[in-house]
Design a protein around this ligand. Sequence first.
Ligand SMILES: [Zn+2]
Length: 241
Amino acid sequence: MNSMAMATHLYTSYSPITTKTISSNNNSDKVLSLPLQPRHAISIASPSLSLRTTTRFSISAAAGTTAVQVDGPTTSNKGPKSLPFRVGHGFDLHRLEPGYPLIIGGINIPHERGCEAHSDGDVLLHCVVDAILGALGLPDIGQIFPDSDPKWKGAPSSVFIKEAVRLMHEAGYDIGNLDATLILQRPKLSPHKEAIRDNLCQLLGADPSVINLKAKTHEKVDSLGENRSIAAHTVVLLMKK
Ligand SMILES: [Zn+2]
């Protein structure tokens, strides 16, 4: 193995995994089959120091087969395989359109507009899922649960949260704390904030003392401020069990 090889660390329990690595500056085309065990880090190294590498993962899970493609610049990753803490950030935004339900954190919020989306368009749960996946070093929600897959069509976002929590436990982590911010002009969230937070705690299996939820307007500017979209940010800290 070239000592300069770049590595991608993937924490997962899916088994088996087949990895095809294509390097842009030579014609190597290598397929690796790696047996995976729960809580083990998989190190997938590309054969050369190319500036851009495309890595395709075919993950066979109990629920079916999910194809994941990660395409982007790669960086050297020589850190420890297992960290006591891992931080993740999630962001999501949805258009608000008349005639759709507005579901935030699994709670149906009365409003004249809602999210037009493949699933239930739950902006908070989507961005919490992305934060957890990010902390685990996994691909994003769109790659793990592609909207082209009929399996996820119309799925409530609680399904995605439960899968992210399952992956987190299998990697050997618990939620340390989570801080989320919703951005929307209307409706006022204060009457619903506790119900949203309680449901989020339940879905995550986390104590309310470590789950924080904030909401703010967008000062009436841009689509967020004009009641045409809704967005959320989440930061999560995972702690090794
Ligand atoms: Zn979303």
